[in-house]
Write a protein that binds this ligand. Structure first.
Ligand code: SAH
Length: 639
């Protein structure tokens, strides 16, 4: 199965010219679903595609129809190969070079908009090698100005992107005027970032120091007219917040609807790039002009029954319309309803936004557009949603990060974390993976007790369209977040597909602890959590009895907390009924973490050793023995 984290880079091609190169790229091609191209001389290798003729010609043929090219070849050679093909950083594919030793991955070209920086991070995580990013944004710990809005589906608009990026790279002040869309990105900037939110004129009265920005970023549905001689470089992002309510006569042409939208947007200074979608009455769900236009422009079409539209208060109701379709407004009501519907959560904190529904319900009241040479008539109204439509299908990556040390996390899990737009988890674990985070990522650390809130928050962000990594220590499916997230999805009537879910296994605490003392889990074993927060104690006690009686090696999770001290003593008593007092017991605190502590003891003495919530208790079976410092459970029972 292709790892979904690489989906954004398909089609992806890999190119190697030596057997070593092919060997390095092969596993990567397996996970990414990429084709591995090799010259004729390597045609005996398995799972490769062979190109004939010159590599130069072959690259030229791959260039226009691939999102990404990964080479295992000298960087200089790659530069010469791609030089004649380069056109523009907004359209060239991502070019990544892996060195012949497999130790380094270089983002060579199209780092931001082409995603090569991101692809480089993902490949480096897969190959366990060092990513080399030479762009200024990668180095200054800030998201690139030209990729800022990508997670939220914003449209990259006009402006001098190169100059604005250069101002950020120099650390000079950049004014951000955000009138729409999520401000989540603002909350996750590093300290000392160069962005200034607001208007310097406002600050002059309150702050003694006057602020003079060197560049400006507009985030708005309004099309900005950048003054031509201005020294200040400007760029514009368009969050998709505009819902267009459309009403039309049956059979109205697509051209007329398109014209009506264009004229209305122009008249009100709004950009068509900020359009989220079209809303109308359900009677129009099959209106050919509307349906075709939505398909062409990738606009979702929301339709509502007359009863729903009737419930919306609008500025310009019409008796004629009411008599005809059963609601006094189609365009205004549908626009307002859609804009409100997408308000998935109040949690997004959209500060600094001019138009919220309550203050300014409708940006554009209904406009009627007709044309002398087109049949039909169109009514257009526009409402602004407080939350943008991302146009993306969200993903939930449920990731186990292992016991603590970064060596103990799988490359797949690392890749998942660096691919995510947002990372959610308990603060301790978020800190453990700090080095995997990338600039601009939304990081939400929540206290340990708030697992359900964490699950809900992750789902909310994913339903909105983000790729969200939910991290658990150890394995996320063993007393971890995976179950909580899936349970919550189920209770919301999830269809199993949207948002997409992928689970990344991790080394669980019982494996980590076992590895530090030898081979205690060699035979049949049981994991039992002593926490009665979510499980009634009688159930736990029954399992302890059963495991002890059946001679399972037993791993106790959550053995003792500050307020829950009795359970471990009861567990000991139960095991003593079935096993010898000198049965070996391993007590491992914080396996693979800085404060790791390992003690080998026996069943009768185990309570003399400090045991807390970061401890794993492993109780041997009848045949488990200790040799030197090693706990060994034989592979089979000897008679
Ligand atoms: N999902 C985790 C378990 C979460 S329950 C996993 O698969 O490992 C939390 C319990 O796991 C702790 O109370 C402790 O008993 C155990 N635990 C987690 N990490 C540990 C570590 N590094 N060392 C020892 N025990 C650990």
């Amino acid at each position: 199965m292709m790892a979904s984290v690489f989906q954004n880079f398909q089609p992806l091609a890999a190119i190697a010219t030596t057997p070593t190169g092919a060997q390095i790229l092969q596993p990567l091609c397996q996970t990414t679903g990429a084709t591995l191209w090799v010259p004729n001389s390597l045609s005996t290798l398995e799972q490769v595609a062979v190109y004939n003729g010159s590599l130069k010609d072959h690259i030229a043929s791959l260039w226009p129809n691939h999102r990404a090219l990964v080479f295992c070849l000298a960087a200089g050679a790659v530069v010469r190969l791609i030089a004649p093909l380069l056109t523009d950083k907004s359209s060239d594919p991502a070019v990544v070079v892996v060195d012949q030793g497999g130790g380094f991955v270089i983002s060579l070209c199209s780092g931001h908009q082409g995603g090569a920086d991101q692809l480089t991070r993902l490949i480096a995580a897969q190959l366990d090698s060092t990513p080399i990013l030479t762009g200024a944004a990668a180095d200054n710990g800030l998201p690139g100005v030209d990729v800022l809005g990508i997670p939220f589906g914003w449209y990259r608009g006009e402006g001098d992107w190169t100059r604005v990026s250069a101002v950020v790279a120099r650390g000079e002040i950049v004014q951000v005027i955000q009138e729409a869309g999520s401000t989540l990105w603002q909350a996750h900037l590093r300290d000392g970032h160069p962005f200034y939110f607001g208007f310097p004129e406002d600050s002059a009265t309150t702050e003694s120091e006057s602020i003079s920005p060197k560049a400006r970023i507009w985030i708005s549905p309004t099309h900005q007219q950048f003054a031509s001689g201005s020294d200040l470089p400007n760029v514009q992002w368009y969050p998709r917040v505009l819902w267009l309510g459309i009403g039309c006569e049956r059979g109205t042409s697509k051209q007329l609807i398109e014209m009506a939208i264009r004229q209305t947007c122009q008249r009100y200074g709004l950009s068509e790039n900020a359009i989220a979608g079209i809303a109308t009455i359900d009677l129009k769900a099959d209106e050919v002009g509307i349906v075709q236009l939505c398909q062409e422009r990738h606009w979702p079409l929301h339709t509502f029954p007359a009863e729903v539209l009737r419930s919306v208060t609008v500025p310009n109701p019409s008796d004629v319309v009411a008599a005809e379709v059963g609601t006094a407004s189609v365009a205004e009501a549908a626009a307002l309803y859609s804009a409100q519907e997408l308000n998935v959560s109040k949690l997004f904190g959209n500060v600094g936004q001019k138009a919220t529904l309550s203050e300014q319900p409708l940006l554009v009241p209904k406009q009627i557009v007709k044309s002398a040479n087109q049949v039909g008539a169109v009514t257009v109204a526009i409402a602004q949603s407080p939350v943008e439509y991302t146009g993306r299908i969200g993903k939930l990556l449920l990731v186990g990060i292992g016991p603590g040390n970064l060596d103990q996390i799988t490359p797949a899990a690392k890749t998942a974390i660096s691919s995510a737009d947002a990372v959610i988890g308990y603060s301790l674990y978020i800190n453990l993976i700090a080095s995997l985070r990338r600039p601009g990522q939304i990081i939400e650390a929540l206290p340990i007790t708030q697992e359900t809130q964490r699950a809900k928050r992750a789902i909310e962000l994913a339903e909105w369209g983000l790729t969200v990594a939910v991290v658990s220590s150890g394995d996320c499916g063993i007393y971890g977040m995976a179950g909580l997230v899936l349970e919550e999805l189920r209770s919301r009537g999830w269809d199993g597909k949207t948002p997409q879910v992928q689970v990344f296994p991790g080394i669980t605490a019982l494996q980590a602890a076992a590895s530090r003392v030898g081979a205690p889990l060699m035979h049949d074993f049981c994991a039992i959590s002593l926490s009665d927060l979510l499980t009634p104690w009688p159930v736990i006690e029954k399992r302890l009895e059963a495991s002890a009686a059946a001679d399972f090696v037993t791993a106790l999770y959550n053995p003792r907390s500050r307020n829950r001290t009795e359970q471990i003593a009861i567990a000991q008593r139960i095991f003593l009924k079935h096993r010898k007092p000198d049965t070996p017991v391993a007590i491992v605190v914080s396996a693979y973490r800085e404060d790791e502590k390992i003690t080998l003891t026996t069943l009768d003495k185990m309570l003399e050793i400090p045991i807390d919530m970061l401890t794993m208790v492993l109780i041997g079976n009848q045949t488990t023995d200790v040799h030197q410092d090693w706990m060994i459970t034989p592979r089979g029972y000897r008679v």
